[in-house]
Design a protein around this ligand. Structure first.
Ligand code: FAD
Length: 106
């Protein structure tokens, strides 16, 4: 199996890439699907204590899925809350599309 670190890195890659390609104008179905996906993921994520905090965070900060911008910013802030918990550096959320969608512009 993947260990906690490899699983986390792969999962963040999936989630941020999903946010990168999320619709600018999602339909009600697309919004509902993304919320459902996150809720189910938070129940089946195969790191029990991670999943427990994930469910708590989702309750306190419900996913914002009304546009690509909104969802990618919400996800960035969610990831930053996990970064804080783990003592990692904060990611600059103004750079999230550069990192996960457009490629670094430098
Ligand atoms: P990661 O945090 O995996 O990030 C991968 C890459 O994403 C980084 O290299 C950076 O380029 C980019 N990035 C970093 N922050 C952001 C951001 N805010 N927005 C956009 N991009 C960003 N581990 C535990 O030990 N305990 C836990 O409770 C725990 N809970 C987790 C909950 C979830 C839902 C997930 C997906 C993972 C969790 N993890 C947990 C794993 C942990 O978050 C990391 O994935 C793991 O420690 C590997 O860290 P990393 O330094 O490689 O970078």
């Amino acid at each position: 199996p993947l260990d906690k670190v490899a699983l986390g890195r792969a999962t963040w890659g999936l989630l941020h890439t999903m946010a990168a390609f999320y619709e600018d104008n999602p339909s009600d179905n697309q919004k509902r699907d993304m919320k459902t996906f996150l809720e189910v993921l938070s129940r089946v994520y195969p790191c029990e204590h991670c999943a427990k905090d994930f469910r708590k965070d989702l309750k306190e900060h419900p996913a914002q899925v009304n546009s690509q911008y909104e969802f990618s910013q919400w996800l960035c802030k969610f990831h930053n809350r996990v970064n804080v918990k783990l003592g990692k550096t904060q990611f600059d959320c103004s750079k999230v599309n550069e990192r996960w969608r457009d490629g670094w512009l430098d």
